[in-house]
Design a protein around this ligand. Structure first.
Ligand SMILES: [Ca+2]
Ligand SMILES: [Ca+2]
Length: 273
């Protein structure tokens, strides 16, 4: 009779324990839901001038056949997760576009980014968007050492024959841990009539690719010099929990697990007794 009462009591205690254990599991799930960030990873293109780069002269290669306000489609071998290899549109007016833009046209009159005048608003790098002529210089495309390179070589702005510019865009096959996806390298950009950006737009237009727009400058004299190397870097901008938050989560789970184990063991001992 006495043993029967004890068994009934233990059975009641055990069912209460199971219920409370279920409540604890539910509350721990709630705790995790509250503390673990649910925001998807967000990545953004940012422009920096603190990563070394060098002008790789490709003017020994075959020039592209491209008129004053014209564009040409080329096929690249090197590319990365922002600028995939394949079809790239190269414009004489100082920019390139990727991933089948709404328009292949880069207008002669530059504008702040984003702009429908730049490839219909499509994903593009405006290395130096301005109204270049085709009377001087050439535009080249060449790939070497893991980089796809477009070089605007001594293309002229306006009537002054001295107003020529020389610069290039380099797309990197391997962005590395720094997330370096492309670099703009200027080699002859400070002279009269060019003035390092006085009538140009420099930057990245996202066109819905998911990395955000990043403008370096718009009609700003001295925005770039012959030694400026704007680097396009992909940075993770998603909020992450602070170290203290993770510490709190781990501690809470450890306490919960230890408590549950202890209660179970005590109940088993009581049951055997
Ligand atoms: Ca032009
Ligand atoms: Ca202009």
């Amino acid at each position: 009779m006495f043993n029967g009462e004890v068994r009934t009591m233990l059975s009641k205690t055990e069912s209460e324990f199971r219920r409370s254990s279920q409540r604890r599991r539910a509350s721990s799930f709630l705790l995790l839901t509250l503390l673990v960030p649910t925001t998807a990873l967000a990545q953004a293109i940012q422009l920096f001038d603190n990563i070394p780069g060098s002008f790789v002269d490709i003017s020994g290669s075959k020039p592209l056949v491209i008129g004053a306000d014209d564009e040409i489609e080329i096929t690249t071998f090197f590319g990365n997760f922002v600028f995939p290899s394949g079809i790239m549109v190269v414009a004489n007016n100082g920019g390139v576009s990727f991933q089948n833009p709404p328009s292949n046209d880069l207008a002669p009159l530059n504008a702040p980014l984003p702009s429908a005048a730049a490839f219909g608003g499509g994903q593009s790098v405006l290395a130096y968007w301005d109204d270049f002529d085709d009377k001087d210089g050439e535009v080249y495309f060449f790939e070497q050492d893991g980089r796809a390179i477009v070089q605007w070589h001594n293309r002229r702005l306006g009537a002054n024959p001295a107003s020529t510019a020389r610069f290039q865009l380099q797309i990197l096959q391997d962005p590395g841990p720094a997330g370096l996806v492309a670099q703009l390298v200027f080699s002859h950009i400070e002279q009269t009539g060019v003035e390092g950006g006085s009538s140009a737009t420099i930057g990245y237009q996202d066109g819905g690719a998911g990395f955000g727009n990043a403008q370096w400058s718009f009609d700003t004299p001295g925005a770039v010099s012959n030694s400026t190397v704007p680097s396009l870097v992909v940075a993770d901008t998603s909020p992450v929990p602070a170290t203290s938050d993770w510490g709190l989560i781990v501690t809470a789970l450890a306490v919960l697990a230890a408590g549950t184990l202890c209660i179970r063991k005590c109940l088993r001992l009581q049951h055997r007794a």
